[in-house]
Design a protein around this ligand. Structure first.
Ligand SMILES: Cc1cc2nc3c(=O)[nH]c(=O)nc-3n(C[C@H](O)[C@H](O)[C@H](O)COP(=O)(O)OP(=O)(O)OC[C@H]3O[C@@H](n4cnc5c(N)ncnc54)[C@H](O)[C@@H]3O)c2cc1C
Length: 411
């Protein structure tokens, strides 16, 4: 039994790890246990999914995916991973609007941390959720609906504190094709001067750089229409690329502008392959897109101080949303991500980045490495205190809390 997270930097301390096979069994565990932490596929890089008590994993629950063509929704079990969801949708001619860089993670875990893909008009993955069925600390089930229940906006991106999601109803749309093209050797100067235009140029766009002396980046361009021959002067690559320079590109999704279904192009990494490097840490900070150029200049200026431990930096955009703990709450965002070597120096290097992004009221991805605490979150997330009160009201005994969330929310 695995007792660590995907990246192996966190050992879990579960007193018990349980895999309920039905809603009734989950309800019995939840109602009879003093403390329960639900876990997905353990792809977070901090202790958010750890516990000293009972961990529940929903991988043995019945796998449900039903499509309603009239309401254009799919109801899916929360323990499903995105590759399962997207293959089932695609087989019936349907799609969801976006995917993260990898399809290996559960929808329950992604929703709890505000996981996102790219695209200036694409909300984070949780924005496709129309309703959720949640288990509360007493084991009862409650359905909350977008646009109907105000607390819906508290429970989505709930950090595992607002209940155990057992199913989601998702907005779906007819399947669509995406073409992926990688443009190489774009000067960082050109990117910095045109950051929003570049990130807005296709359905989903990502910047990748290692900040080397050549001072260039790659643009991963995922479009619904035929890609241009050059992009801001950069030429399309003719050799297949992996986001981490030097890694085997077999693990990356198809490129060269070859059209293919949404779920085989929007992620950078293929299911069945190791995503990213495997031995790594990640951090990510969101700023208002209005400040993207200034934040990029500040980030670039200190890149020489952190690049020795960076495997790659990715920069993406995310549409604004209304979810209280979402890093994109109320602001169209640009997210500055680093994939790091698995190394003890990383928290220090992350704090250098936090310091230069401080003037831009950055918000951290709560599933990745960060150092700021409740004081910072309270300043940058307008609904932070309301979320805290909501957690204390709906779970007064702290059944769903762990050390990480107690520290983060000052509970
Ligand atoms: C290689 C790699 C690439 C990544 N790429 C991206 C990316 O492109 N974009 C991005 O935003 N992030 C990315 N991440 C981060 C990752 O998507 C998030 O950390 C996500 O939360 C992981 O989902 P999980 O199923 O592994 O959740 P876990 O790590 O297992 O759990 C995360 C949190 O979700 C809660 N949770 C789990 N299931 C439920 C449920 N059913 N109900 C309520 N709460 C629940 C847990 O309690 C915990 O708090 C990446 C991570 C890796 C390792």
């Amino acid at each position: 039994m695995t007792n660590h997270n995907w990246a192996t930097n966190i050992d879990f301390h579960d007193a018990k790890t349980l895999h309920p096979q039905s809603i009734e069994e989950l309800a019995s565990i939840v109602s009879s246990s003093p403390n329960v932490r639900v876990r997905g596929t353990a792809h977070c890089f901090n202790t958010i999914a750890d516990t000293n008590h009972t961990a529940v994993v929903l991988d043995a629950m019945p796998k449900q995916l039903t499509i309603n063509v009239v309401s254009k929704t799919a109801t899916v079990s929360a323990g499903l991973i995105y590759s399962e969801i997207s293959e089932l949708l695609e087989a019936q001619g349907w799609a969801i609007h976006n995917l993260a860089s990898l399809p290996h993670i559960t929808i329950g875990g992604a929703t709890a941390t505000g996981t996102h893909g790219s695209g200036i008009k694409n909300g984070a993955l949780h924005t496709s959720i129309r309703s959720v069925e949640l288990m509360r600390p007493d084991g009862t089930l409650h359905k909350l609906t977008r646009g109907v229940d105000e607390e819906f906006y508290a429970v989505i991106v709930g950090l595992g504190l607002t209940g155990i999601a057992v199913s989601f109803e998702l907005d779906i749309e007819p399947t669509f094709q995406i073409m992926q093209t990688i443009y190489g050797e774009l000067p960082l100067k050109v990117f910095g001067e045109n950051i929003i235009e570049i990130l807005s140029g296709a359905y989903s766009v990502s910047f990748f750089s290692t900040w080397d002396d050549d001072q260039v980046c790659e643009i991963w361009y995922k479009s619904k229409t035929t890609p241009p021959a050059t992009y801001f002067g950069a030429s399309a690559r003719t050799e297949k690329a992996h986001p981490i320079f030097g890694e085997d590109a077999t693990a990356a999704t198809e490129q060269f502008g070859q059209p293919g279904p949404w779920h085989l192009r929007l992620p950078h990494f293929k299911i069945g392959q190791t995503p990213s490097a495997g031995k790594e840490l990640q951090s990510e900070f969101f700023v208002d897109s209005k400040n993207a150029a200034a934040a990029f200049a500040a980030f670039h200026a200190i890149s020489k101080d952190f690049r020795h431990k960076v495997l790659v930096t990715e920069i993406r955009s995310v549409a604004a949303d209304d979810y209280w703990m979402s890093p994109a709450y109320g602001r169209e965002s640009v997210a500055f991500h680093c994939t790091w070597m698995l190394d003890d120096e990383v928290p220090h290097l992350v704090s250098l980045i936090e310091a230069v992004l401080q003037p831009f009221s950055f918000r951290p991805h709560v599933g990745k490495v960060f150092n700021v605490g409740s004081d910072h979150l309270r300043k940058v997330l307008p609904k932070f205190d309301e979320f805290r009160e909501y957690v204390m009201k709906t779970d007064p005994g702290g059944k769903f809390q762990n050390d990480f969330t107690r520290a983060l929310l000052d509970l």
